[in-house]
Structures are given as structure tokens and as C-alpha cells.
Design a protein around this ligand. Sequence first.
Ligand code: SF4
Length: 226
Amino acid sequence: MGEGPHVNGHRMNSVRRAILKWFRRHGRELPWRHSENPFHILLAEILLRRTTAAAVARVYPGFVRRFNEPKDLARARLRTLEKKVASLGLQSVRARHLRETAKRILLEHNGAVPQEDVSLRALPGVGRYVSAAVRNFAFRIADPMVDGNVIHLMNRLFSTGFTGPNDAKAWLFMGHFGGRKQQKQLYWGIIDLVAAVCLRGNPRCSQCPLNMYCDFLRTIPSPNPG
Ligand code: SF4
């Protein structure tokens, strides 16, 4: 594995600070962001894969009330779960994963969400990103995180050319970019910036707090040359 793209540390720090500052003023209030309950955070992260935060926010409070603990979810009827995930536009495999994950937490971890990456990733439907998110958000373990939002924003800002969330160079890069703390607010800021400002089709660069650091913006021809 190569070292990956090099970005000047000063520029990285400036961008990181700008994202954190923007998030403090404009970040979204999403119900799972207030939770310290590892099981609830795990549920949110599994539900959030391939759907929007706004859609999950509509069903999440009812979902965690009904399936407050692993035992509640482990004994849920599959049909009930399938209906709930279908309302998010998700396939029934997600329902099976949720129930199986709850059963495994009960049987193999005494009902407590494990902290180790290897144990988390052994749970059905939990990949590297969900594991890192749970460790970071629930247990305050400083793990870097890479998903489609991170790839999109880093590629635009720094011309990193990452190919997707499985690109090992992107994980290495975020290890540096996130710094020692890998703050959750930084990652929430990235998610919210991509949802509201750095849109994939038509980015709102004039409103962007990162526009003075962005490679992509420099490649857009000026509408008023001269
Ligand atoms: S300046 Fe534009 S392209 Fe660059 S990060 Fe901001 S919104 Fe995205």
C-alpha cells in the first residue's frame, strides 16, 4: 500500500477547523447524535447505510423506543422489522441483519455492544465504517471513518482521487486529516456539508466555508472572465 496523496498539514488543519466551526453553527440536530447508548448508536448507523438521515430521523425515535435493548430486537417478528425498514426504502436483508445482530450481541457479548473492531465487524451488516462510527461515537475511540461523503468531499477539496470507501489510501488519509482526536463533530460536519452545501450535482461554493481551500472550485471557469 502506498502512502497516498500528500496535503500540506497547515491546509489540512485550516480545513478541519473550518468544518468544525461551520458544524457548530449549522450542524443538524439528529436524534442519534444526542445518544450515548452504544446499542442505539449501532442501530442508527446500520439504518443509515444507503438511505438519508432525514428518512431515518422520521422513524428512529419510534424504533429505539420499541427496540430499546438487544433482547427486544432479538425477539421481534421479522415481518414487523421488514415493514419498518421498507418504509426507509431498504431491503429485507437489512431487517434480518438487525435481528441477527441483536441475537449475537445477546449470545456472544452478554447483551452489551462490543468495543473491539474485530468483534463489531463480525456482526451481520456491520462493516468497517459502521464499526468505526460506533467506536468513535459510542466509546470515544479515535478511529478514522470513510464513507461516500468523506470520499466526495476530500476528492473535491484536495483532488485526492480516492476511488471509494474501500480505498485503503482514503482510510490512511483520514487518519491524518482527523488528527489525534478524530472528533465526531468533524465527521458530522462532513456529512452535513455534503447534504447542504457541497452537493454532488450543483455545489453551493459561494456559501461554502471551505471555498478558499478547495481544488475543485479552482477548476470551475469564472462566469465573468476579466
Ligand atoms: S467550494 Fe464548492 S466544491 Fe469545494 S467543498 Fe465547497 S461546495 Fe464543495
